[in-house]
Ligand binder design. Structure first.
Ligand SMILES: [Zn+2]
Length: 74
């Protein structure tokens, strides 16, 4: 094996490793992002309580006075 081939192999290995790290961090970012905003925020107009509930519920019952509230949309 000639020195030029060794250097080429070294550079290619370094590039592949860098690409792997980049793809890995990008996948971690995408996996983390949806879990950060999975809950919906509700605000009760009767007692002023602000609380969160699951994203799949359309209306959530207030834990203080029992009123059904619509989620706050941003
Ligand atoms: Zn309430």
């Amino acid at each position: 094996m000639s020195p030029a081939t060794l250097i080429l192999l070294y550079v290619v290995t370094l590039l592949v490793a860098l690409c792997g790290v980049g793809i890995y961090s990008e996948m971690r970012k995408r996996r983390f992002h949806p879990t950060a905003s999975v809950d919906r925020i509700f605000r009760c107009p009767d007692c002023g309580l602000v609380y969160t509930d699951d994203a799949d519920v359309d209306r959530s019952r207030c834990s203080q006075c029992g009123k059904l509230n619509e989620p706050i949309e941003f």
